[in-house]
Design a binder for this molecule. Structure first.
Ligand SMILES: *Cc1c(COP(=O)(O)O)cnc(C)c1O
Length: 393
């Protein structure tokens, strides 16, 4: 069957907005031979970390890579449990699964759709090594509660902040709210680095050094006194004739390129502006979609600054499928279902997960729908989306 193409502007997630700044930054990098992990990466790490109020930043190839790196550095492996939400992109859970740990899904809060701390507490065991909350759609989780649960059990908190660069919780930025934060700069996210990219933030030197090492295959060079130097910093001659590289552990290659970082620096300077436009659009939606029967608009906690990576509404039980189909075929608006609960995917069913693990997520899965939101959405497009929803709801 031939489906109509969605109207470009009304596809779900066009995060990418580039301009002259990115073009110039890229040309400069080309002139400098476009290295991997060069001076632009270093600068991007420093500026992004400072923006988040964190001491250390570590640029990586994606958030999928960053999450895995973070859990690897924490020491997550077989026999450990990692608690996370079923409502996320599958990368979140995969970070634990690929390291051989058991993924434990806690249920979500009905209002925010974020991880419910009570459910997390009820699923924590002495084996819980990490809690992996996701700031879903750009709204920070109840981090005080989650940090307390983790602290009481000696577990580490890794924020999946893929939706949340610039988001705040009680005045502090996402990425600085747990032990480690992980961001995505994939083309659909709030800021982007040429299609793919990611960043890790932390305030802990030890974790930073471990992640730095794992990012680059745990390759170390030794200076003559036996002091380790990361590959990124120097290759050191041994005596007069030899250089050698040794490897401390089984690592990854998750290094970002300078081309991505140069674009990331330009994007970071625009991030607050992008987010301001997303918030403005969300406010318009909230105003114009009020009072439609059977439509529930997003709840925003008073503790947060929500940066609306997505604008998610709840439709009446039983109507989601028709609503999505009509929006697409009759109105050419691509709405989305974020996300299929991860424990119900084929991959996680194979690991033994099934219905009943997270009843709230399973119930709301039949109701939540994301409608278009991105900085380039025009006021006309917003009006068209609103009128379409009014007609169909
Ligand atoms: C996009 C996304 C990721 C993965 O990011 P990549 O950079 O594409 O690997 C992880 N978690 C969430 C919540 C995401 O939306």
């Amino acid at each position: 069957m031939d489906l109509p193409k969605p109207i470009f502007e009304l596809e779900f997630g066009h995060g990418s907005c580039y301009g002259e700044e990115e073009r110039e930054a890229l040309l400069d990098v080309l002139k400098a031979n476009a290295p991997s992990c060069g001076p632009r990466v270093k600068q991007f790490e420093e500026e992004f970390a400072a923006y988040c109020g964190c001491r250390y930043g570590l640029a990586v190839t994606s958030a999928t890579a960053g999450l895995e790196l973070a859990l690897r550095a924490v020491g997550v492996g077989p026999g450990d449990e990692v608690i996370t939400t079923p409502l996320s992109w599958i990368s979140t859970a995969n970070a634990a699964a690929t390291l051989g740990a058991k993924v434990v899904f806690a249920d979500i809060d009905r209002r925010t759709l974020n991880l419910d701390p009570d459910s997390v507490a009820s699923k924590a065991t002495p084996r819980t090594k990490a809690i992996l909350p996701v700031h879903l759609f750009g709204q920070c989780c109840d981090m005080d509660a989650l940090n307390e649960i983790a602290r009481a059990r000696g577990a580490v908190v890794v924020e999946d902040a893929a939706h949340a660069p610039g988001a705040e919780y009680k005045g502090r930025k996402a990425g600085s709210l747990g032990d480690i934060g992980v961001f995505s700069f994939h083309q659909q996210k709030n800021m982007v680095t040429l299609g793919e990219g990611g960043m890790i933030t932390t305030g802990t030197r030890d974790l930073y050094e471990r992640m730095l090492s794992f990012r680059s295959l745990c390759c170390r060079t030794y200076d003559p006194k036996g002091k380790y130097l990361p590959l990124d910093e120097a290759v050191v001659p041994m005596g007069k004739r030899y250089w050698y590289l040794d490897f401390d552990d089984i690592g990854f290659n998750y290094r970002m390129t300078d081309a991505q970082a140069a674009v990331g620096l330009a994007q970071l300077r625009k991030l607050d502006g992008f987010n301001a436009r997303r918030i403005e659009i969300a406010n318009r939606y909230c105003e114009l979609l009020q009072g439609i029967r059977g439509l529930r608009l997003p709840y925003v906690s008073p503790d947060v600054k929500h940066v609306f990576h997505a604008y998610c509404v709840l439709v009446e039980p039983g109507s989601k499928e028709d609503f999505m189909w009509e929006m697409y075929t009759a109105k050419r608006i691509k709405v989305w279902s974020h996300y299929m609960p991860i424990h119900l995917t084929t991959a996680y069913r194979k690991l033994g997960h099934s219905e009943g693990e997270c009843p709230v997520a399973e119930e709301l899965f039949h109701q939540y729908v994301s409608i278009p939101i991105h900085p380039r959405l025009s006021d006309d497009a917003i009006a068209y989306v609103v009128n379409s929803i009014r007609e169909l709801a």
